[in-house]
Design a protein around this ligand. Sequence first.
Ligand code: NAD
Length: 436
Amino acid sequence: MKIAVVGTGYVGLVTGTCFSETGNQVTCIDIDQKKVEMLTNGEITIYEPGLEKLFLRNLKEERLVFTTNLEEGIKDAQIVFLALPTPPGEDGSADLRYVLGVADNIGKLLTDYKVIVDKSTVPVGTAEKVHAAIAKNCKVEFDVVSNPEFLREGVAVDDFMKPDRVVIGTSSEKAKKYMSDLYAPFVRSGNPVIFMDERSAELTKYAANSFLATKISFMNEIAQLCERLDADVDMVRRGIGSDERIGKRFLFPGIGYGGSCFPKDVQALVKSSTEVSYDFQILNAVMDVNEKQKLHLLPKIRKFFKGDLKGKHFALWGLAFKPNTDDIREAPALYIIDALLAEGATVSAYDPEAMNNVKSVIGDKIQYAESQYDALTGANALIIATEWNEFRTPDFLKIVSNLKSKVIFDGRNLFEVEAIGELGFHYESIGRPAAV
Ligand code: NAD
C-alpha cells in the first residue's frame, strides 16, 4: 500500500519505518527541514533500539522517503497518518492546533479518496473536528479514522511490529478494510484488531495511559507508607503482583512518571472530564502524588547533609525519563537538578543517550560526564534517576574510589539494600529500609 505519515517524531518515524518494513511504500512528512535532511541522508534523529537497522534498510530500498512537502507527500497515498504533537495547552487540555492545521491543509490538497488516520493522542470528538476541517475545502470522498498508538519508547519497534492489540475507531466499512489490510502482517500471531467507534477509540488511549499512571502513583503511595511503617515495598510488590488480577507489571515505585505522554494525557483527561462536568477524582490524586514523588529524594538528601546543600557536589546517573530512550520530556531528573541547583549544589550527570538533549535545554548549568564513573569524581553522593541496565550491576570498587563518601540516593531501587549495606554504603531508596 502507499502510506503517508505526517509528523516524523518518535511515533511518526517508528510508524513510517515499520510500515515500510512490511513492504509498503511510505513517505514521511515533517515541517522540520533539518530533520528531513538528516533522515534523507541516512542519519537517524532519535535513539530507539532496533530502529536504525530497519530505517536504513528501507531507506536503501527506497520504500521509505522523507519530504517537507505535504502536497507531494500525500499525493499518491491511500492512507495518511497524522502523528503530530498534541502538547498540553495552558489549561491542560490537548492543543489540537497541529492536528487541525494539517487537516485543514489536507482538505485543500485531496484529489482522490484517502483514509486520514489520527495516530496522535487526541480528546474525544477530534475525529469529527478533523473531518470538518478537511471537509471545509474538499470535494472528494474521504474517511477519518482514530487509530491511537500504544508503543512505548525504548521498545517502540517491538511494540509496533508485535502490538498487544490494534485499536481502530471508524464507522466506515471502506476505511475498515484499508486498515485491516494494512495491519494484517502485524497481528499474524493472533493479537486482536479491535474495531470500535471513533469516540471510544479516542478515549481508549487516554484510559490506558491514565490507568498505568494510576498504578504508578498507587505504588508510590504504598512506598510512602512502607517508609513510615518500616515495611519493604519490594516485598509488598511481590506479594501483590503474584495475584493475577493485579499482575506483576507496572508495580515498581520510584521518583514518579515522566515522559511526553503520561503527564500530558492524564492532565488532558482530567480537563476533558471537567468540560463535561465530571470531577475525575482519582486522576487528580494521581497527578498530585506524582508531582510530590518527583522530589521525594530531596528531603532524604537534605536530611543527610543536615539541611545544607550549598557547595555540595552530586553525581547524577540517568537523565532520560526512562531507560532506552533519549527522551527527556518531563523527566524527573530535570526536577531534581533544578532543586539541587536552587539550593547551591552542583551536579555532574551521565546518561548513555540523553545528555545532548539535556544540554540543549539547560546548557552548562551542570557538568556532563564521559562515563558513569567519571560523573562520580569528587561527588559527595550519587543520585540515581533512571534505571538504565548499565547502572544495575556497577563496579562498586570504582564507585568507592571515585566518590568522596559512600553515599547513594537511589530513585529507582536498583540495588539490594542488604548487599549494598554490607559494602559500607549509606543507601536510601524508595519505600525500603535505608542502609546506614
Ligand atoms: P514528536 O514531538 O516526537 O514528533 C512530532 C513531529 O511532528 C515533529 O517531528 C514535528 O516537527 C512534526 N510536526 C509538527 N508540526 C508539523 C506539521 N504542521 N507538519 C508536519 N510535521 C509537523 O511527538 P511524538 O512523541 O511522536 O508524539 C506524537 C503524538 O503521538 C502525540 O499526540 C503523542 O501524545 C502521541 N503518542 C506518543 C507516544 C510516545 O511514546 N512518544 C506514544 C503514543 C502516542
